[in-house]
Design a protein around this ligand. Structure first.
Ligand code: NAP
Length: 654
């Protein structure tokens, strides 16, 4: 099997030495030093005087805090090394060992990185493979997999299945790939993870135009994944899985799929992989009279491009991540925006949030070996496990009413000052409404999209009284105040807690998954497998969201590897079914629940969709990304009831 390509999506010829030299003027020096240490194998680039200053928060730290002279000499030394590499007179050193890699990154970031993280970073840097290779075999030929959804997860699964020659069908309810990045196209929609991190480790874009991508760029990236790997031939568009039933005799899943014509067809497969994601079904608030509103009303996830907001009074209900992006984006167009807030939100400043990636930086990302990789690794750590301590609840901390630890309290203080500054002249009036009472990170953290400045605009009203009812042309609050509006935008999020909803899944003995889970109490082993539901694997299942930080794409890559490793074992050992052991599942979930009690999400000071109606924390994981990488690196068959093929696995139709 050929290895998966690491792409630079450009066919332009290499830049001249002169352009390279000029581009180096814009290089991020801590990254450049790592490139030098990598290419030369010489540790002098990670020792004095080349030790960058400690980055401030998630700042890129472009200059590394070096003097002007040292900056200039690093750039010209880098130029000489790169020119020699280009000319072939310098053979790049062998890739760093996992230990050296950790040391390089630790020095660059002033971070204490567990030494064992080396292999994870090596995979992310592309110097170690995450691919699972399944040897051809007669068993493989009849083996069939059904994947639900053609968003990030489904496409990723399809790439790996196709690479291994495994017949599979991806069932997608929309007419395009992209999942949430296809559906959500409200004004300002975009991602809060840096673009270079929020992308597949083996399919990097050197030419991301923005440090944080907006929806169209992300969707184009997803389309390019589907095109490059020729995935559309595996996808049934405009088709929706309505139910899946496990046939124990045949060791097959029978999956009911509603096609574009409304007809139900039953497909059968040996393995089902769910890639339906968390943010799949919009959640509508139960507000009296909302359906009777006479003007246009829409959910952010079902944005209506035909509704012109210019000159309109627009009500936005909800203040989560979607509102954070929508409201600043529509404030210039609408005559007036009225924001109905139930809970104030923290917004983190980020200097790169609106920044374009310059041509020079794109050149470096494209042409300087490992520059993109090291830039990405620095951010993977900074936006990921470096933040894990921020969500650990120090039970000795004396101010739990506002924060959970000294670290968390410092962040709170910094953010409070930030909000005050952003509100400017209206700070005194608006601080009581805009300052959250709960600790930062208690709800999903948001990057400030200009929210606080927008709240301070004269043509924006921040209404914090509860909504009593919606009438034909107005919103009435519990205080009896009436707000006439022309358009209502509902930014109330998704039905995250009904995992795999609305489809029905029946396992062994006709057990109904949503009966076991109830409406909102999903559990799984490693977030991936459920006892009694053999050969069924979830991606982004319960308690797999890295609430402290990281990239969802990394999580997905790890989960898909786990599934591929499992398929490899099944084929190699003639296994018809793997069914997670109940005791293993229960022990894991008890450990998980105990560990979650030490995190911020156990704090009672806020509502959050991370917790269900019983107060159980069901969305985030308590682990670091590195912990999870270890846990799902390879499935252990001892965790499963394994049925060998003595029982004939049935013939699948997918
Ligand atoms: P959300 O975070 O669940 O926020 C929903 C908002 O609606 C909250 O402010 C909530 O208030 C409010 N709300 C819910 N029911 C209400 C009611 N009956 N009356 C009044 N207000 C009500 O949803 P979201 O903003 O769509 O974001 C969901 C997730 O999508 C995010 O957490 C994130 O993972 C993802 N997302 C990411 C980005 C990004 O990366 N930039 C952008 C958009 C979405 P309470 O807080 O009081 O419950």
């Amino acid at each position: 099997m050929s290895s998966l390509p690491t792409i630079s999506p450009t066919t332009s010829p290499p830049a001249s030495d002169q352009r390279l030299r000029a581009a180096l003027e814009e290089a991020n020096l801590p990254t450049l030093l790592l490139v030098l240490a990598h290419l030369t194998g010489d540790d002098r680039w990670i020792e004095e005087p080349y030790l960058p200053s400690r980055p401030r928060g998630v700042d890129d730290n472009d200059t590394g805090g070096f003097s002007d002279e040292l900056q200039a000499s690093i750039r010209s030394d880098a130029y000489e090394v790169l020119r020699a590499v280009r000319a072939g007179s310098l053979r790049p050193a062998d890739p760093p060992s996992p230990e050296r890699l950790v040391r390089m990154l630790a020095v660059s970031l002033h971070a204490e990185l567990p030494e064992a993280t080396g292999p994870l970073f090596a995979e992310e840097l592309g110097i170690a493979s995450r691919e699972v290779e399944i040897p051809p075999s007669p068993a493989l030929e009849g083996f069939r997999v059904l994947v639900i959804g053609a968003g990030f997860s489904g496409l990723l699964a399809s790439i790996h299945l196709a690479k291994n020659g495994i017949a599979h069908t991806v069932v997608e309810k929309n007419s395009k790939v992209g999942g949430t990045w296809w559906e959500n196209h409200y004004p300002g929609a975009g991602v809060d993870t840096p673009s270079h991190v929020y992308s597949l480790s083996f399919f990097q874009r050197a030419d991301w135009p923005h440090y944080f991508s907006k929806r169209d760029e992300l969707h184009a990236y997803l389309e390019s994944i589907a095109d490059t790997y020729d995935l559309s031939r595996h996808i049934r568009f405009e088709s929706e899985v309505v139910a899946a039933r496990w046939d124990d005799g045949a060791a097959l899943w029978q999956v009911d799929v509603r096609g574009p014509d409304g007809e139900i067809e039953t497909l059968s497969a040996h393995v089902v992989v769910s890639g339906v994601g968390l943010l799949n079904r919009p959640s509508f608030p139960e507000i009296k009279g909302l359906e009777g509103f006479e003007g246009p009303a829409m959910h952010t996830a079902q944005w209506r491009d035909d509704v012109d907001l210019s000159g309109k009074r627009v009500a936005v209900i909800g203040t989560g991540a979607s509102a954070m992006q929508t409201v600043p984006a529509i404030a210039d167009t609408a005559e007036r925006v009225l924001v109905f807030q139930r809970t104030a939100q923290w917004g983190f400043p980020n200097p790169n949030y609106f920044r374009e990636v310059s041509d020079a930086t794109q050149l470096l990302m494209r042409e300087v070996p490992f520059y993109l990789g090291w830039y990405r690794l620095r951010h993977l750590w900074n936006f990921g496990d470096s933040l894990h301590p921020l969500v650990q609840w120090d039970r000795e901390w004396p101010h739990p009413e506002r924060s959970i630890s000294a670290f968390n309290d410092r962040v709170r203080a910094g953010l409070t000052e930030y909000i005050r500054a952003e509100l400017g002249e209206r700070a005194e009036e608006l601080m009581p409404k805009c300052l959250p009472s709960y600790p930062p990170y208690g709800k999903r953290p948001l990057i400030d999209n200009g929210w606080f400045r927008t709240m301070a605009r004269e043509d924006v009203d921040l209404v914090t009284d509860g909504i009593d009812e919606v009438r034909a042309d107005r919103i009435v609050t519990t205080t009896g105040d009436e707000y006439p509006v022309d358009v209502v935008v509902v930014a109330t999020g998704f039905r995250v807690l009904r995992v795999l909803g609305p489809m029905e899944v029946y396992g062994r003995d006709e057990a109904r998954l949503h009966e076991i889970w109830g409406e909102d109490d999903a559990r799984a082993y490693l977030g991936l497998a459920m006892p009694g539901f053999p050969n069924f694997f979830c991606t982004f299942g319960p308690n797999t969201f890295a609430g402290h930080g990281g990239s969802g794409i990394l999580t997905l890559e790890l989960e898909v590897r786990y599934v591929m490793e499992m398929i490899k074992k099944m084929l190699a050992e003639g296994i018809a079914s793997v069914d997670c052991r109940q005791d293993v599942h229960d022990e894991y979930n008890e450990r998980l629940a105990r560990r979650l009690q030490d995190t911020i999400w156990a704090h009672p000071g806020m509502t959050t969709y991370y917790r269900n109606s019983k107060g159980n924390i069901v969305v985030p994981m308590p682990w670091t990304n590195y912990d999870y990488w270890q846990m799902v690196r390879e499935p252990d068959l001892a965790d499963f009831h394994v049925r060998k093929n003595g029982v004939t696995a049935g013939e699948a139709s997918v």
